[in-house]
Design a protein around this ligand. Structure first.
Ligand code: CTP
Length: 407
């Protein structure tokens, strides 16, 4: 999606006339934040709910709403809009718009433009429960799906009528996810991807542990990106506070040993393992089952440590063609140390970053990485973690296919 491509992708955000039109403003913001270039289209009735100046100011472009306006070039406006867009999202879509599209009636700029789209069209209906359950509307939705449009179903919740029920517009994040999936290459369709993320905790006693500041963001971004590309994704996560990406199977663990067992249970059927977790390299040699008292440890307490298993090296030793990606956070000799890990652990790719580079490392939204493989070293610029995830998958996707074709 737009996250890794050179040119920002253009999305047509079409708003139609329902009370939920105000949520379109939030979707506009989320799309912009995700790096999309957004052009707003509205029906005349949508503009009675949220006015033209709002859309114009936030999208920094005129709102397309008049069927009779000429295009910027020699052609017609709806043809130009559709031609220049990578995808369209109708948010919210009224009963009338869903019915018109299903019947092939193009009597306003939104339906006309939708009929000219080559790229994906995502439709997000929102209405009162009675209308949402109305059989002609349900049949219209089904025929949109049959025609290849993507319908994001309404959810249950508070409605404009003051009642609570089915028909509420899904949140902007759900519309964004549907768009991202529609735009993602399906190069991992049907493949099994296993991702580890976050820190591990190695307990000293029930209330104290050794850990590190990993937030899990990089691994969650990889899991999300792989799911968007059609993979079956299992995400083994240490203790982090992040929501599970859509369509991802999550297994929560705490210690390095639990992470090793959870990954081991999935590994044989995996096509690609991406090991982003900051696994503890050592743990207390013994855990006390009660809280240690100051009186027990004395004035100069010491902690005996033992090594944990190297999970990635252990899985690499029993691999049967899985593509293996490791991460390496270094404080010196970045590429050289990463290459050492690549060879020592038998990996296909190491994603290395430097702890002290601005914008890289623990807890940031961005990362600055070097991709090290057997025969190349690629330095990537400062990118969002989502964009880094896309670059990693772009890189290993062909290898996953090559390996799965080997006898
Ligand atoms: N890793 C692992 N099990 C461990 C430690 C690390 O599977 N016990 C994985 C990490 O998830 C990462 C890769 O190995 O993908 C490299 O981790 P890193 O800590 O940088 O490397 P180490 O092998 O621990 O080497 P060193 O401590 O010498 O830097």
């Amino acid at each position: 999606m737009s996250l890794s491509s050179e040119r920002p992708q253009r999305i047509l955000l079409a708003v139609t006339g329902g009370v939920a039109a105000f949520k379109g403003v939030l979707l506009l913001r989320e799309l912009q934040r995700s790096g999309f270039d957004v052009r707003v289209l509205a029906t005349e009735s949508a503009l009675r709910f949220v006015g033209e100046p709002t859309w114009h100011a936030l999208s920094r472009a005129p709102v397309a709403h008049d069927l009779w306006s000429p295009g910027a070039g020699a052609g017609e406006l709806h043809v130009e809009l559709a031609r220049d867009a990578d995808a369209m999202v109708i948010y919210p879509a009224t009963t009338r718009v869903v019915g018109s599209l299903a019947a092939g009636i193009t009597d306003d700029l939104v339906t006309l433009t939708a009929s000219c789209m080559n790229g994906p069209v995502v439709v997000c209906p929102a209405m009162h429960t009675a209308m949402a359950n109305w059989e002609p509307h349900r049949a219209a939705k089904a025929s949109l799906v049959a025609a290849g449009l993507r319908v994001v179903e309404p959810v249950s919740g508070p409605l404009a009528s003051g009642e609570t029920g089915f028909g509420r517009l899904p949140e902007p994040s759900q519309a964004l996810e549907a768009l991202a999936r529609a735009l993602a290459p399906q190069d991992l369709a049907g493949k099994r991807v296993l991702v580890s993320a976050g820190p591990t905790r190695e307990h000293v006693d029930p209330v104290r542990f050794l850990s590190n500041p990993s937030t899990g963001r990089m691994g969650f971004a990889v899991a999300r990106a792989a799911a968007r590309r059609g993979a079956h994704v299992t995400l083994v996560a240490g203790p982090v506070s992040l929501p599970t990406p859509d369509g991802v199977h999550r297994v929560d663990v705490e210690s390095a040993q639990e992470m090793r067992d959870a990954l081991g249970a999935e590994f044989t059927t995996t096509d690609l393992l991406v090991m982003t977790a900051a696994v503890a390299d050592f743990r207390p040699a013994s855990i006390t089952t009660h809280k240690l008292r100051k009186s027990e440890v004395g004035e100069t307490p010491s902690l005996a440590l033992e090594r944990t298993d190297d999970i990635l090296a252990g899985l690499s030793a029993v691999a049967t063609g899985q593509v293996l990606v490791g991460f390496a956070m270094e404080t010196s000799n970045l590429a050289e140390s990463a290459r050492g890990k690549l060879e020592r652990k038998g990996l296909d790719l190491v994603v290395a970053n430097h702890l002290h580079t601005a914008g890289a490392g623990f807890g940031t939204e961005t990362n600055v990485v070097v991709l090290v493989s057997k025969d190349s070293t690629d330095e990537l610029p400062l990118l969002s973690k989502d964009a880094v995830a896309e670059r990693i998958l772009d890189r290993v996707g062909p290898l996953v296919h090559e390996r799965s074709q080997e006898p």
